[in-house]
Design a protein around this ligand. Structure first.
Ligand SMILES: Nc1ncnc2c1ncn2[C@@H]1O[C@H](COP(=O)(O)OP(=O)(O)OP(=O)(O)O)[C@@H](O)[C@H]1O
Length: 262
């Protein structure tokens, strides 16, 4: 059966002032894809994701989500997407329960049903005992679990995740990886942005590498390995982003650290 196209970027170019951040990006994403979206710091990953979420506009080209051009200003697609941002400190004064109720409200979920669902999901992540504590008192991993739950409460078809495993312990990471695999098997699409190459390598069934505002690689890990004749995603990343001086930079750094202060 042919998989449905869920996201399409057509000739997308984005500038911030004079700075060209993305240049003529074409990308099609299909249902069931787990895209590992990687690239050096400042490459334009968050900008692309925010454009797809409708949070950044003023670009050339077109972005279509579920076939709908975002320029048509029809926001109904937002009910079908979930987002785990890298930082969400804005709501620190809320309790986990209040935060989840707030997010559920944004998605138009019925309050009692959403509360009960959030509670059951928190139990699965073993954070239900802190349901009524403020997010500001949460550890990094606990906070991350709340964000993951909030992105999934409305059972979205597309999930955008920015460093979703950050702060999670090894067991929790395994659970989340398995959740993502199962969601993908059910046809959900996952856009996974991270700098942790060995996890991206394992989680994704397709990897898109963005560098200098262009797509420098797009394929399965095996395809990228074959094209680049490299062993790990880390090696492929270094090679495609033209980086090979980590030893020299580290040596210089350590030498400066060790200099005697007068
Ligand atoms: N609102 C903004 N105004 C001006 N420049 C911006 C803005 N947002 C992003 N940029 C610039 O656009 C470029 C791409 O930023 P972006 O956050 O998309 O990179 P990234 O690939 O997500 O980086 P990282 O891996 O560090 O998260 C950077 O040079 C950044 O400084």
């Amino acid at each position: 059966m042919e998989r449905q196209e869920v996201i399409r970027l057509e000739h997308v170019t984005k500038r911030f002032g004079d700075k060209l951040v993305l240049e003529d990006i074409d990308l099609s994403v299909y249902e069931g894809d787990i895209i590992g979206y990687i690239g050096p710091n400042g490459a334009g990953k968050s900008t692309t994701v925010k454009m797809m979420l409708g949070l950044v506009d003023g670009y050339e080209g077109n972005i279509l989500i579920f076939g709908e051009n975002l320029k048509n200003q029809d926001h109904t697609y937002k009910k079908r997407i979930g987002y785990v941002p890298e930082n969400a400190e804005l709501y620190d004064s809320l309790t986990a329960q209040e935060y989840l109720a707030f997010i559920a409200g944004l998605y138009g979920l019925e309050e009692e049903t959403a509360r009960e669902k959030a509670h059951r999901l928190m139990m699965k992540f073993e954070i239900d005992h802190v349901m009524n504590a403020r997010l500001s008192s949460f550890s990094k991993g606990m906070r991350q679990k709340v964000l993951i739950i909030s992105s999934l409460l409305h059972n979205p078809d597309v999930l955008f995740l920015d460093e979703p495993l950050s702060g999670l312990d090894a067991n929790s990471m395994l659970i989340v990886r398995e959740i993502l695999a199962q969601l993908s098997a059910q046809g959900k699409t996952i856009f996974y942005s991270s700098h942790i190459m060995d996890i991206v390598e394992k989680i994704s069934n397709r990897i898109v590498l963005i560098s200098d505002g262009h797509i420098a690689a797009d394929g399965t890990f095996d395809e990228l390995k074959e094209q680049n004749q490299k062993g790990s995603l880390q090696d492929i990343f270094n090679s495609l982003t033209g980086f090979s001086q980590h030893k020299e930079i580290a040596e210089d750094f350590v030498a400066i650290v060790q200099e005697e202060l007068a």
